[in-house]
Design a protein around this ligand. Structure first.
Ligand code: GLN
Length: 478
């Protein structure tokens, strides 16, 4: 088998048996990066020298010698962390994110930092302040976003797996567009310490992999309580074995009618309903359910997320991080010029929206109202999960769209997230699993949502599904 297509699990076994050396594996992946990266452009930075050096000296650990990529909004000590923003150009964090410390203890090999929409704001990586990543299945299309670089790197064989972050779908939607697996864990499951904050009540780090099994292996390493993140849940890390082997026979799956209506691409609908039939053949029972507040999710998300973003991004003032405008009259002028020159248009749009929603006089009408609707959305899920073990939907209403197609109209772009954002508002876990292709050869993703802290149910369903399907074994033409 070509080394670049190995799963984490396969590589782990080959390394353990001594059939494969960590250096050999790292070199094979770096060769693959060399071969395709000029077309895919998944990485902001690749570290070939460091990767080979770490690979040569790896000792033990569950990820010993496994080459991974990390989204460039996750801090690694001493290495530039840009969030794909000019305002952070040159910023080198003095500390590691907790997930990075845990990956290091587990023995991973860092290949590079991947591209994203600036500050993770977007659904296509076209908002990156540097360049756009291309979808390995069709280079004229977007890989999704905001973790588009991570998803494209996994899909193109430029790493074995990657980390992304998901505030409104940024792990799951690019995973669906690129034909790979993306897991957004329960809010609080994985420490956010060292993840550059976009919307702190929604952000969560998670794995992007080729198989559900690999997602469980990575979750085992990165999850668990962290005293450095006050929102981190007081639970020990999950064991991958417990995450994958729940009996799926007899599970009840809810199909929310709001997720199968207008705006859903017929080919996506077809592939998802076919996947539901496969789950039925594994012994699951399917029921139609309703999440009645779904129509308000996009509006609610874009109030809560922009409000939190406007506050989180106030810290980029030209003093503490990265870029400072070279010419300015006084301190105030320096702030204005630094932020005007350093942030891209989408980030500015969100800072303005969020500042407006939080401002005196509008707070009650927008921010407070959005928080109340958020509670209603959360209750919709609690209600459904009384009768269902999981909720099954498409990950995205359409397959990967063409570059440029939605750039001129932010609202159309925001609607790309219609099926993923409720999960973040409710704080629950969800996984996207490849479930077919359109006639044009574009991947389609099946989304499985679960109860808070019940990653085991959704991963067991995804694992059982991949056990009887081959979608995840298809490779892109690139
Ligand atoms: N696409 C959504 C947004 O633009 C979600 C982004 C994310 O999950 N980071 O906000």
């Amino acid at each position: 088998m070509e080394l670049c297509w190995m799963t984490v699990k396969e590589a782990r076994e080959a390394l353990d048996k001594g059939e494969l050396g960590a250096g050999e594996l790292a070199r094979a992946i770096l060769d693959r990066v060399e071969e395709v990266e000029s077309r895919v452009r998944a990485y902001i930075n690749v570290f070939p020298g460091e990767a080979l050096e770490t690979a040569e000296k790896v000792k033990g650990g569950p990820l010993a010698g496994i080459p991974l990529a990390i989204k460039d909004n996750i801090c690694i000590r001493g290495l530039e962390t840009t969030c794909a923003s000019k305002i952070l150009k040159g910023f080198k964090p003095p500390y590691n994110a907790t997930v990075v410390d845990r990956l290091r203890e587990a023995g991973y090999v860092l290949l590079g930092k991947t591209n994203l929409d600036e500050f993770a704001m977007g659904s296509s990586t076209e908002n990156s302040g540097f360049f756009t990543t291309h979808n390995p299945w069709d280079l004229d299309r977007v890989p999704g976003g905001s973790s588009g670089g991570s998803a494209a790197a996994v899909a193109a064989g430029e790493c074995l797996a990657a980390l992304g972050s998901d505030t409104g779908g940024s792990i799951r939607q690019p995973a669906a567009f690129c034909g790979v697996v993306g897991l957004k864990p329960t809010y609080g499951r994985v420490s956010r310490y060292g993840l550059v904050a976009f919307a702190s009540s929604l952000d969560q780090i998670g794995p992007i992999t080729r198989t559900v099994e690999d997602a469980a292996l990575l979750l085992e390493v990165i999850s668990g309580h962290d005293p450095r993140d006050s929102t981190s849940a007081p639970y020990p890390p999950h064991k991958a074995q417990e995450l994958l082997f729940k009996e799926v026979r007899g599970m009840v799956l809810g199909l929310p009618k709001e997720y199968f209506g207008e705006g859903l691409d017929p080919q996506v609908r077809g592939a998802v309903l076919e996947a539901v039939r496969v789950l039925e053949s594994l012994g699951c029972r399917v029921e139609e359910v309703s999440l009645p507040h779904s129509p308000y999710a996009v509006a609610t998300y874009y109030l809560v997320a922009t409000a939190e973003a406007s506050s989180n991004l106030a810290r980029y003032d030209g003093v503490k991080y990265g870029y400072r405008a070279p010419e300015h009259k006084d301190l105030y002028d320096m702030y204005v010029k630094t932020r005007s020159q350093g942030f891209g248009v989408e980030v500015k749009r969100r800072i303005m929206l969020g500042t407006y929603a939080l401002s005196a006089g509008y707070y009650d009408a927008y921010y407070l109202k959005a928080q109340k609707v958020r509670t209603l959305i959360k209750r919709d899920f609690e209600e459904v999960f009384r009768a269902c073990d999981a909720v099954v939907t498409p990950t995205s209403p359409t397959p990967a769209f063409r570059m440029g197609e939605r750039l001129a109209d932010p609202l159309t772009m925001y609607l790309s997230d219609i099926y993923t954002i409720s999960v973040n508002l409710a704080g629950i876990p969800a996984v996207s699993v490849p479930c077919g292709f359109t006639r044009e050869g574009l991947p389609v993703g099946l989304q499985i949502m679960g109860r808070a802290f019940d990653e085991a149910t959704i991963l067991s369903l995804g694992y059982a599904y991949q056990g009887v399907t081959d979608w995840h074994k298809k490779r892109p033409p690139v």
